[in-house]
Design a protein around this ligand. Structure first.
Ligand SMILES: *Cc1c(COP(=O)(O)O)cnc(C)c1O
Ligand SMILES: [Zn+2]
Length: 422
């Protein structure tokens, strides 16, 4: 299925300016680069919001297909790709039963555990990176991954007929590895942590001239996360919540949620200025950003040996950690880092109250929300959005220890009767 419209090329061809350094403001033409040559700061895509604002309004967006491509003007591509998969526009679920258990009045779950095609929000970022990889002429699309990115990269490459190479820490969940191999991607397990995988990938990218979604294509990749937040605002009637709780791995998503809502505000698309408090969630066994926030320090101390069931979030040295901590601090949010038992418990709580089965990262976010409420960082009378970013079937082994063992009986009514009497 492809999107029926091509709004970007038609209306605002000049809206994309190029790349700009977040620190020193140096500008670059579009290219597969992610670090500033002058100051080593991260590069970001720069837009001409005046040009975008001249053509983009709510009615235009609302009339489009319910996919992430409805926000095409705010994405870092010249046009909607010819083969644009129907990614995103996942449900925002009003979670009243969970709200009651957490003691909240107004709670929503943004549910990317059902994002097409690989059941995590990584399909959104990969859609940007793979389109740019094609533009830049790479024949191989690759990534360093904690699991979900691997799935998304492999599926996107398959759909476009590109070669895919995926590099992962050797001890990832089997479900995520199989869910990458099925698409025909080459998977390389590295005996090391994610940070070591990432470092190796930077060298491979240079030497082999491959497009790495989250390395040399990172400025484009990261922009895809904004669509998750555009959808939340639209689904809330063009408003933003009082609080959002986001999982953090490299720290990119939480920053892009903020950027997305600021963009909508700048373009006059929101009902009221956004005043959302941003809260960050990490697992206790790998919480470099949350630790910095809770200690009130700017410096992110890398975690050398992450140790948690939340593998998808286990990045010891987060690329955007500094900015994630700043986003939390500036908006008046906070951070929490539940342990593995609390994560498992929260996965089951969400499943049992709302029928939503999320992976460990979602357990981290729900458990962190609970802590933030108990600590008074989230007011019970204010609106909250919990970011669920991945699918529970991919981390099944993590919850097995907390599940009941099913009973076995013969196909015989009296044995069932006996069972119900116990
Ligand atoms: C990658 C990932 C995140 C966090 O992403 P960052 O942008 O690196 O912080 C959150 N949830 C899931 C399920 C992920 O796979
Ligand atoms: Zn710079």
């Amino acid at each position: 299925m492809s999107a029926t419209l091509n709004p970007v090329a038609d209306t605002t061809g000049s809206r994309l300016k190029g790349l700009k350094c977040r620190e020193c403001g140096s500008r670059y033409d579009h290219a597969p680069v992610h670090v500033c040559e002058v100051c080593f700061g991260p590069l970001e895509v720069e837009y001409d919001y005046d040009a975008i604002g001249r053509t983009l309004d709510r009615a235009t967006i609302e009339a489009r297909e319910p996919t992430m491509w409805r926000y095409a003007e705010l994405l870092p591509l010249d046009s909607v790709p010819e083969k644009a998969l129907p990614i995103g526009y996942t449900p925002l679920i009003k979670a009243d039963r969970l709200a009651k258990r957490l003691g909240l009045r107004e709670l929503y779950v943004k549910s990317d555990h059902v994002c097409h095609p690989t059941l995590s929000f990584k399909d959104r970022v990969v859609a940007m990176a793979v389109a740019r990889a094609r533009d830049f002429g790479f024949d191989t699309f690759a990534c360093a991954s904690t699991g979900n990115l691997a799935n998304a990269v492999a599926a996107a490459a398959a759909a476009l007929g590109m070669k895919a190479y995926v590099f992962i820490p050797h001890d990832l969940e089997d479900q995520k590895i199989y869910g990458t191999l099925v698409y025909g991607a080459k998977v390389v397990k590295i005996k090391g942590t994610y940070d070591e995988v990432n470092r190796l990938c930077a060298e491979i990218g240079d030497k082999y001239n491959w497009g790495f979604a989250n390395v040399n294509l990172r400025p484009y990749y990261a922009e895809g996360s904004k669509t998750y937040a555009f959808e939340i605002a639209e689904q809330l009637g063009w408003r933003t919540p009082d609080h959002v709780v986001s999982p953090m791995a490299g720290g990119s998503l939480i920053n892009k949620i903020r950027k997305a809502w600021k963009e909508l505000e700048l373009l006059g698309l929101l009902e009221a200025p956004t005043q959302t408090k941003f809260h960050g969630a990490q697992a206790e066994g790998c919480a470099p950003i949350v630790e910095a926030v809770r200690a009130g320090r700017e410096l992110i101390k890398p975690v050398k040996q992450p140790n948690t069931i939340a593998r998808s979030l286990a990045i010891g040295n987060p690329a955007d950690g500094f900015y994630a901590a700043r986003c939390i601090r500036e908006t008046g949010g906070f951070g929490a880092a539940p342990n593995d038992d609390e994560i498992r418990e929260a996965m089951l709580l969400l499943a049992e109250t709302e029928g939503i089965f999320t992976e460990t990262a979602g357990g981290v976010t729900v458990a962190a929300t609970r802590k933030l409420i108990e600590e008074g960082h989230i007011n019970r009378d204010e609106s909250v959005v919990i970011c669920v970013t991945g699918q529970g079937l991919k981390t099944m082994d993590a919850v097995v220890p907390a599940l009941e063992t099913p009973q076995i009986i013969s196909p015989n009514l009296s044995e069932f009767d006996a069972l119900t009497k116990e």
